[in-house]
Design a protein around this ligand. Structure first.
Ligand code: FAD
Ligand code: NAP
Length: 358
């Protein structure tokens, strides 16, 4: 089927910050052939192309020229993994699951739990699509996508070819990947293959999660045997619902800033000045600092600036209180960055990608 390409389409419903923005052209593609046709339309009309999924990690600062393509490719397939070199082909407690890029992340986490495929439970309730998950190597509660990714396929916009990336070639880092650097704007991810376990192996090492699990078991009179991936998923979802604003009720894009990774000299200098600064050691001797703490120390938690604000339960989340523009939101982000810079000499990096800046 030919994709329906519309002109002057409001993107308010396509970004979880609910920022007003108009796409010059817009189409949603649910088949690979539609994606190719949409790209061909853009090429022959000399239009720039912007790719979106669920719109939960973007800031629309203004109108978007050219063609916005929303990836809605669907389908899930799987293959049980056999133990290497085992002639009898015994199953290796693993299954490789391939998800088309437009599948919803959280729905697929729940689908996998239903199938008895484990490993994604800590990543429950993250908004967005499967195809966007590798872009920033999504992570939460001690697990990140890179722990499970086997490969992905992407359409190379330069060559028009489908390219396969294994985990190593994705160059994953902390909320980072090749697709934010050398692959920026070049690859359109069409599917993602994850290796999941058919053996439940709950990971409750993340302190906030282990505390929630312990409290639940105590309350219910359960032993550690009762800790299942399903329970982990439910508790992660419960913590998230308590702590994070639901974008449907209070528009936001999750964490607006990345947690800064400091090198040892800067870390030591800051710890000498701010003894109680929380920090999580990194392999290079430096540490990760919770950006929410830095913002809170600047007195900005719960700050309101007209139609925008810093969330009062999670300072890392900037919110649209109703009718905000992208410019207002970015002005608040600038104020937060400046305050943190002045007090701690740390430059906060904005996590979502910004579009529509002239
Ligand atoms: P979009 O916002 O649509 O796009 C994000 C970027 O990816 C854009 O640059 C876009 O061009 C690109 N992109 C999208 N799809 C493709 C594709 N198929 N091929 C190539 N490029 C593509 N993130 C975490 O890591 N951990 C969390 O715990 C977390 N919690 C969140 C909680 C809330 C309430 C919200 C609103 C966001 C949260 N996020 C979190 C951020 C966000 O959910 C993830 O980054 C998610 O992967 C974005 O998916 P999306 O489909 O909405 O991407
Ligand atoms: P939190 O538990 O209050 O912790 C604050 C920050 O400290 C987290 O970002 C986390 O880094 C870090 N941290 C805490 N314990 C740690 C440990 N034992 N080892 C290493 N780092 C540790 O965080 P939160 O805001 O409620 O979020 C909970 C989880 O969901 C976090 O993993 C967070 O990344 C994720 N989340 C992400 C987004 C997003 O949009 N990116 C939005 C909401 C929640 P990490 O980020 O590395 O975990």
């Amino acid at each position: 089927m030919t994709p329906v390409i519309q002109q002057n389409v409001s993107l308010r419903a396509f970004n979880t910050l609910a920022l007003p923005s108009t796409a010059e052209y817009f189409c949603s593609v649910s088949e690979h052939s539609q994606l190719l046709q949409a790209l061909e339309f853009a090429r022959t009309s000399a239009l720039v192309v912007t790719i979106i999924g669920g719109g939960s990690n973007i800031v629309l600062a203004g109108d978007i020229p050219g063609l916005v393509i929303q990836i809605d490719l669907r389908g899930v397939s799987h293959r049980y993994v056999t133990a290497a070199g085992n002639a009898t082909g015994d199953l290796a407690n693993a299954v490789d699951v391939t998800f088309a890029a437009g599948e919803n992340w959280h729905q697929q986490v729940l689908f996998c739990l239903d199938q008895g495929w484990y490993g994604l439970e800590n990543l429950s309730l993250i908004p967005g699509t499967m195809g966007a998950a590798p872009i920033q190597n999504i992570g939460a509660y001690g697990v990140e996508l890179a722990d499970r990714l086997i490969s992905l396929q992407a359409l190379d916009r330069q060559s028009g070819e489908l390219v396969c990336f294994d985990r190593q070639s994705c160059e994953f880092g902390y909320r980072d990947s090749l697709f934010k650097h050398a692959g920026y704007d070049r690859y359109i991810i069409v599917d993602v293959t994850l290796r999941l376990s058919t053996k439940p192996e709950p990971n409750i090492s993340y302190p906030a999660l282990s505390a929630a699990v312990e409290a639940f078991c105590r309350r219910e009179g359960l032993t550690s045997e009762a800790i299942t991936p399903r329970l982990v998923s439910n508790l992660v979802s419960e913590i998230r619902r308590q702590k994070l604003p639901d974008p449907a009720l209070l528009p936001n894009a999750g964490s607006f800033f990345k947690n800064p990774l400091l090198k040892q000299p800067q870390l030591n200098a800051l710890l000498a000045q701010f003894e109680d600064m929380p920090n999580y050691p990194q392999p290079d001797g430096g540490a990760k600092i919770p950006a929410a703490w830095l913002i809170e120390q600047c007195g900005l938690k719960g700050a309101e600036r007209g139609e925008v604000g810093v969330h009062d339960r999670q300072a890392l989340v900037l919110i649209n209180r109703g009718q905000a523009s992208g410019a207002e939101l970015l002005a608040l982000a600038g104020e937060v960055r400046q305050s943190v810079e002045q007090r701690f000499a740390i430059s906060l990096e904005i996590e979502p990608r910004i579009y529509g800046v002239n």
